[in-house]
Ligand binder design. Structure first.
Ligand SMILES: [Zn+2]
Length: 381
């Protein structure tokens, strides 16, 4: 099965020598990009799509979501907008609702959210557990997640559940819960923050996960300065996500280690915290990913275009840098080189925009510019 796309006004591939082409064509064969060139030379294929002068960009790679949960926290959001401050404990509200929902209901809810992401151009998604906080529910969340994506993350250490001391809960997270969850996960994550887990507890969780074959990533430096980023760098984590409050030493550690800084501006939008300074990170040579952090408490958006717009308007990135962070950067955060780019051989995950260039993603915020989505070369929207 082959698909040819001709008349592409602007084609973003992120190829080193020519990252953005104009007047281009592209051919997909067996789910991979097989040919790139001028539109007029586009070869014949089983199916032909006329892009009508619109832009084609790589499918978005959302490297940080919490898609599997029940309930919502709209009332908490409204209270926050009326002046209340966010603290890590609000997660417990979602835990109660998630434990009460059965596996079938959780799957239905997560599928619905995944379709929502997809319709907005996301073709690769990471999904975390973390709203169960007991062995059976964490396992259920990962079973649901692993039916939806290969990028599953064990986040048993999201917060300490009611009725537990932190140390006793860390024993559970690194013991029986890990044994049950590790076969269903690729990654291990921990919320290293005041009110969640301190540096020693976070290190214990990550090292246990690594010993069980999982790769580490960290929720770090969201609510204030803290040890999360340094811990991520020390352990060679794939990503330190949030990075809202960073010292100069944190920025240097990220640059030196190559750990990807995952920036989640939907959180700052929803909590009224200051946005992370993406410009400072870029200028220091830190690799950046943009992700939604889609979750019911602090960022209930499923829209990567919205995050791109925020990154440009509030965080100092150019539209091109923001798009790169939302595609190639997300892939780097997930240690993937087959997605987030459209060079020959890449997985044919791409988005056709109802706009002549990627700049419109930030220039026209809130406008549904995603016209069609191909996932592994198959038209899905
Ligand atoms: Zn998160």
């Amino acid at each position: 099965m082959s698909v040819a796309i001709a008349n592409i006004g602007e084609l973003v591939t992120w190829e080193p020598d020519q990252p953005i082409r104009h007047g281009a064509g592209l051919v997909v064969e067996d789910g991979r990009v097989a040919w790139l060139g001028p539109s007029s030379a586009t070869p014949a294929a089983d199916e032909r799509i006329d892009a009508g002068g619109g832009a084609v960009v790589p499918g978005f790679v959302d490297s940080h979501t919490h898609l599997v949960f029940a309930g919502d926290r709209a009332a908490e959001f409204a209270a926050r907008m009326a002046g209340q401050r966010y603290e890590a404990g609000g997660i417990r509200t979602t835990v109660v609702a998630t434990r009460e929902a059965g596996e079938a209901e959780l799957r239905k809810l997560a599928r619905h959210r995944l379709a929502e992401l997809h319709a907005q151009g996301t073709t690769t998604v990471e999904i975390k557990s973390g709203y169960g906080l007991d062995v059976a529910t964490e396992e259920t969340l990962l079973r649901v997640a692993s039916g939806l994506t290969a990028e599953t993350t064990y986040l048993g250490a999201h917060v300490v559940p009611d009725g537990w001391t932190a140390d006793a809960y860390v024993d559970l997270v690194t013991g029986e819960m890990l044994t049950r969850c590790a076969p269903l996960a690729r990654w291990v994550d921990v919320f290293c923050e005041t009110g969640a887990f301190d540096a020693d507890q976070a290190r214990t969780v990550l090292e246990a996960g690594m010993a069980a074959g999982l790769q580490p990533r960290v929720h770090a430096n969201q609510l204030g300065h803290g040890p999360g980023v340094q811990l991520a760098c020390e352990l060679g984590a794939a990503a330190a996500d949030h990075c809202t409050y960073l010292t100069d030493a944190d920025v240097s550690a990220l640059a030196d280690s190559g750990v990807v800084a995952g920036l989640l501006p939907g959180v700052e939008f929803s909590t009224k915290h200051p946005y992370p300074d993406a410009r400072r990170l870029r200028d220091a040579g830190v690799r950046i990913a943009l992700a939604t952090d889609c979750n019911p408490g602090t960022s209930y958006t499923s829209s990567m275009p919205f995050c791109i717009a925020l990154a440009v308007r509030e965080m100092g990135l150019t539209p091109e840098e923001a798009l790169r962070a939302a595609t190639r950067g997300g892939a780097e955060s997930l240690r993937r080189d087959d997605v987030g780019q459209l060079g020959v051989g890449a997985r044919a995950d791409l988005v056709l925009l109802d706009a002549p260039s990627h700049v419109h993603l930030a220039y026209r915020p809130g406008v549904p510019l995603v016209k069609r989505v191909l996932s592994s070369g198959v038209l899905s929207t």
